[in-house]
Each structure stands twice: as structure tokens, then as C-alpha cells.
Design a protein around this ligand. Structure first.
Ligand SMILES: C[S@@+](CC[C@H](N)C(=O)[O-])C[C@H]1O[C@@H](n2cnc3c(N)ncnc32)[C@H](O)[C@@H]1O
Length: 196
């Protein structure tokens, strides 16, 4: 997939900060609407293609519902998933289908070696929900070059956290179709990006 370009300048005080003021209204980390909207996007991709490759950055942090659980319950046996997290989330592993690598998402060599070994390139769905600073999210968007042209990038926390919010606000909308699936103020937000 082509490189993401931005048509506006980023407005963040600290490019390495994860959270800001706007997140104070959000009470549920992974809402029911986040779950149903992500499930819809997964179903949409599954209707287009068999053997999907999914890369998730930031994996299953809490005991309750999560994006990871949404992927695990929706993906088919032939689809492949790789989760990347700096913390140990190896409890998610399921046979050859659901895989995990413990590392910083910026360790491209380690993540790409794992994706290659699992025969998971190119990527069809890139889900970004790790450290939410602008610098980290921009670094994670480097994986876009390893995606199919018709792949979909999905970001959680696009309503408040600085990195996801600024990426969605500033991305060049002439080149990219950007949709906020959960715009309500008390939700952390879930947005998708597709190449036009
Ligand atoms: C908000 S949680 C979301 C996890 C998951 N998507 C969910 O719904 O539970 C963010 C996760 O990102 C991980 N994380 C933070 N910085 C990271 C980095 N640099 N590389 C990879 N993972 C990171 C954290 O350990 C944490 O598990």
C-alpha cells in the first residue's frame, strides 16, 4: 500500500505523550459499539477475501472484552493473526491461527521476521492500539508499506488520545477514505482508513 501523507500539521504539545484531557469522559475502555463496529469491519473484509492476515499492535490488556477477543471470535480457521505487545500476552496463542510476539512495535525486524515466518505478508488488516503518542502511532504506520492495496487500517482511541486523533485529523482525505465509526463523546473512538 502507498505511504500515508498528511495535509495538515499536527497539533500536539508533546509528541511522546499517550493521553490528554479529552479522554476524561470515557468510562469503558472497549465499548459495545467498538466491539460491534470492529466485528462489522472484520466481516466486511472476510466477505471480500479468504485467508486474511491481521496484525494487531497492543494486545488483550484486560480480563474483560477487548479488540483481541473480537478478532479471535470473528476470524475463520484459514485467517491468520499476529499480536504484538511489549508485555507478555502469550495467553492468546491458539495453534497456528492466533500468534503473538512480545516486543516494541517499533522493532520492525522482529515483527517482520515473525510475519514472514508465519507467511502473513502482505497484511490485510492493521489494528493500532498500543502506546497512543503521535511519534509511536506514526512509527506503527510504517507497517502500511507491507499491506495489500485494498487493506484496511483501524485505530482505536481516535476521539481523544493524541497520536490516533491527530493522524485521523491530519491525514490527506483526498487520498484516504477515513471514517470514525464511534464518534460519540463518551467513547474512545474507532476509526478506519482505506486507500481511495
Ligand atoms: C490500551 S491497551 C489495548 C490492548 C488491546 N487492543 C485491548 O483491547 O485490550 C495498549 C497496549 O499496548 C501495549 N503497548 C504499549 N506500548 C507498546 C509498544 N511500544 N509496542 C507494543 N505494544 C505496546 C501495552 O502493553 C498495552 O497492552
Amino acid at each position: 500500500m502507498k505511504k500515508i501523507e498528511f495535509s495538515k500539521s499536527f497539533q500536539v504539545e508533546n509528541r511522546d505523550a499517550d493521553a490528554d484531557e479529552k479522554t476524561k469522559y470515557c468510562t469503558v475502555e472497549w465499548s459495545n459499539s467498538n466491539h460491534s463496529e470492529l466485528a462489522n469491519l472484520i466481516q466486511e473484509k472476510m466477505a471480500q477475501k479468504s485467508n486474511l492476515n491481521v496484525l494487531e499492535i497492543g494486545v488483550d490488556r484486560n480480563a474483560g472484552d477487548s479488540s483481541t477477543k473480537c478478532f479471535k471470535s470473528n476470524l475463520r480457521h484459514e485467517d491468520k493473526y499476529l499480536g504484538v505487545d511489549i508485555a507478555d500476552r502469550s495467553h492468546i496463542i491458539e495453534g497456528n491461527r492466533i500468534n503473538f510476539v512480545q516486543t516494541d512495535a517499533k522493532d520492525y525486524q522482529k515483527v517482520l521476521e515473525k510475519l514472514t515466518g508465519l507467511n502473513m505478508l502482505p497484511i490485510d488488516i492493521l489494528f493500532i492500539d498500543g502506546w497512543h503518542s503521535l511519534n509511536q502511532v506514526l512509527a506503527e504506520l510504517e507497517y502500511v508499506q507491507y499491506m495489500n492495496d485494498d487493506g484496511i487500517i483501524i485505530l482505536h482511541d481516535t476521539n481523544g488520545h493524541p497520536g490516533p486523533r491527530e493522524v485521523i485529523r491530519c491525514i490527506d482525505k483526498k487520498e484516504w477514505d477515513v471514517r470514525n465509526h464511534c464518534p460519540q463523546e463518551n467513547d474512545y473512538g474507532l476509526s478506519s482508513i482505506r486507500s481511495r
